[in-house]
Design a protein around this ligand. Structure first.
Ligand SMILES: *Cc1c(COP(=O)(O)O)cnc(C)c1O
Ligand code: SF4
Length: 371
């Protein structure tokens, strides 16, 4: 993998720190005692967190530990990954399986909800466990790895379903697979004539960039269009090692997209969200989706109202390169799909439209065409 320092550029944006992070500690922290020893939670919080750890997985890998500012009690990196006892309280609006994967599962490991594309979930392990995760009740280090036979059955389902043109590898995180196993999946999918696109959703490039090795890049070789959608929620997640990993992926012909969740205390301001999108683009990642929080159990502290999300994006329109603009979506409960949430700049006025200028905020009448 290229050296992270090769990516250091003097014109880097504030927030996308170019300074080499401190020498990364070697181990992934997986339980409350380890978090206490690492100085990431106070000792008196450990017993409450032990209870939480019985329900929800914890992992804070070295690359993420290196990004956390321990002097900042409201650090936006820590807030995403360090568990909090508030997660044990389920708010009335929250539900299990908020995106309703279960009823749309034709064979184990596959979710087919939209006609032209389907998810393949080969495993449920992730490099890091996000405290706001919509699949938080099922993801974990030892859950959900498909057996060889189940994986073959899932791949056979793709081969036998010609209306599906795109296979989306998610989980869990598909880049947690060994290069050998991932390579097998990519080769099997590549041999299916009706598939045009293979897409992977992953946090590995930012949370465990050391996994982007030459072997892993070789496993991603395909003649299909290959997209990798990188999950990140704060500009500081694009530090040197992440940027080097992304550059290596881009160099291997992988098209890079970004996916974020709008999160209270992490990115819910025009400044924070704008810096996130700029950091993504500087790392060659095109912002694709900004998700409204899925109401999974114990995630209420992260929710930002839709009205605030629309106002933040409205403030960014015209101020940020158009490349930065994501689609702001809510994945509706019950499997009804991802609905765009705006903001809209056009309102109907009879047959005319009143269209607001992003730069001056002034609505202009766009008359209906004559006749
Ligand atoms: C989100 C999702 C997709 C991908 O949707 P896009 O709008 O194409 O990004 C596909 N299938 C399922 C079940 C999903 O939840
Ligand atoms: S990486 Fe994705 S699936 Fe894994 S814990 Fe985070 S949000 Fe959930």
């Amino acid at each position: 993998m290229p050296d992270g320092s090769a990516n250091t550029k003097p014109h880097a944006l504030p927030g996308a720190s170019d300074r080499a992070p401190p020498a990364a500690p070697a181990r992934t922290l997986r339980d409350p005692a380890a978090l206490v020893r690492a100085g990431l939670v106070p000792a008196d919080a450990a017993s409450g967190l032990e209870r939480l750890a019985e329900t929800y997985a914890i992992a804070v890998p070295p690359a993420v530990q290196a990004l956390i500012d321990r002097a900042d009690p409201a650090d936006p990196i820590a807030r995403q990954y360090i568990p909090d006892v508030a997660e044990l309280d389920t708010a009335p609006q929250e539900r299990s399986d908020p995106t309703s994967d279960a009823p749309f599962t034709p064979v184990r490991g596959v979710v087919h909800r939209y006609p032209d594309r389907a998810l393949l979930k080969p495993l449920l392990a992730c490099p890091v466990y996000c405290r706001f995760c919509f699949r938080r009740e099922v993801v974990g280090p030892d859950g959900g790895l498909l057996s060889e036979a189940e994986l073959e059955a899932a791949l056979d389902w793709f081969a036998a379903t010609p209306e599906v043109r795109e296979a989306i590898l998610t989980g869990g995180d598909p880049l947690m697979l060994s290069p050998r196993r991932l390579g097998h999946i990519i080769r099997r999918l590549s041999a299916i004539p009706h598939l045009d696109i293979i897409r992977l959703h992953s946090r590995v490039p930012v949370a465990a960039p050391e996994r982007i090795t030459p072997d892993l890049l070789a496993a991603l070789e395909t003649e299909k269009a290959l997209f990798l959608c990188v999950h990140a929620n704060h500009a500081r997640e694009f530090a040197g090692p992440a940027r080097a990993a992304l550059r290596a992926l881009a160099g291997a012909g992988v098209a890079l997209l970004g996916q974020s969740v709008l999160l209270r205390g992490v990115n819910n301001s025009p400044e924070a969200l704008g810096e996130l999108f700029r950091a993504m683009l500087a790392a060659r990642v095109k912002p694709y989706y900004l998700h409204q929080l899925d109401r999974a159990p114990g995630t209420a502290r992260f929710e930002v109202p839709i009205s605030e999300g629309r106002a933040i994006l409205r403030a960014l329109r015209g101020r940020l390169t158009g490349l930065a603009w994501p689609t702001y979506v809510l994945d509706l409960p019950g499997g009804a799909g991802k609905a765009p949430l705006g903001p809209d700049f056009a309102v109907a006025d009879g047959a005319d439209w009143l269209v607001e200028g992003p730069l001056d905020g002034v609505p202009q009448r766009h008359a209906a065409p004559p006749g």
